[in-house]
Design a protein around this ligand. Structure first.
Ligand SMILES: [Fe+2]
Length: 257
């Protein structure tokens, strides 16, 4: 499995506080079947994004783990005015592996009516925004249909593994499954912050999604789509849908570009 959202790097934000904790998180991830992790420190009013330091820490951890799992650079980009301007000016700065995909996090307090325009601007510089954990956002929980317009633009949606399992409470769990039922989830990631409460394991979510939606869906959301994202390959934003109750799940997906 491939995890595109993780606060595994120590001392960068509110994730791992020490290198020992980083190593424990990496050990857990590898032992539970994760092959690749994108380290995505926050860039917000509280934490400054430091690409050179991130690369240094990735190199240091890679030396200690032998590259199991593989580590990549990304960013958990809060959609502030400054961040948006900087991303438009320098699109690769916050992007996963310096490519075309960027994690974007909406504020819990206010989501501007011009959000569609902001996302469109990012797409205008060849970035594909991946909206992180809408199921945990109190505004989006009430206005889930706002995501439809963003997905229609070509944005992707990331749901957090623990939300699917109920680890963020009933409201987040219900919303995560509402999105899954609509086929409006493109990737599941851990958003891990520590080895215990917000841990890096993806295997339990893989099992739960396999049982409830089919193994093909779990494979798409935890292996294939995130794998394509780290390689900078095209991922369709189109919703997938269940063909008929009781029948196998089907996808309406474009051919690869
Ligand atoms: Fe995060």
């Amino acid at each position: 499995m491939v995890d595109i959202h993780s606060h595994v790097l120590w001392g960068m934000d509110d994730g791992a506080p020490t290198i020992e904790v980083s190593l424990e998180m990496l050990r857990q991830a590898a032992a539970s079947g994760t092959t690749d992790i994108v380290a995505t420190p926050h860039s917000n009013g509280e934490f400054e994004y430091q690409p050179a330091l991130i690369d240094e820490r990735i190199a240091e951890l890679t030396k200690l783990t032998g590259g199991v799992p593989r580590l990549h650079r990304g960013c958990d980009l809060h959609l502030s005015f400054d961040n948006i301007s900087e991303a438009i000016e320098n699109p690769s700065k916050f992007a996963i592996c310096g490519g075309r995909y960027v994690l974007v996090e909406c504020s819990d307090l206010h989501i501007s009516g011009s959000m569609d325009k902001v996302l469109d601007q990012l797409m205008g510089v060849d970035l594909v925004p991946i909206v992180t954990h809408p199921e945990r956002n109190p505004i989006l929980q009430k206005e889930l249909n706002r995501l439809d317009a963003w997905v229609d633009l070509g944005c992707l949606v990331q749901v957090t593994a623990l939300s699917v399992l109920g680890g963020f409470g009933k409201r987040a769990e219900t919303t995560a499954h509402a999105l899954l039922a609509k086929g409006e989830v493109h990737v599941i990631a851990s958003d891990a912050h520590d080895p215990v409460h917000r841990h890096p394991r993806l295997d339990e979510a893989f099992a739960a999604i396999s049982t409830q939606y089919g193994q093909d869906i779990a494979q798409m959301l935890l292996v294939d789509n995130p794998g394509r994202i780290i390689r900078g390959q095209y991922v369709s934003a189109e919703k997938w849908q269940r063909a008929q109750p009781g029948k196998w799940w089907q996808f309406w997906r474009r051919e690869d570009r």
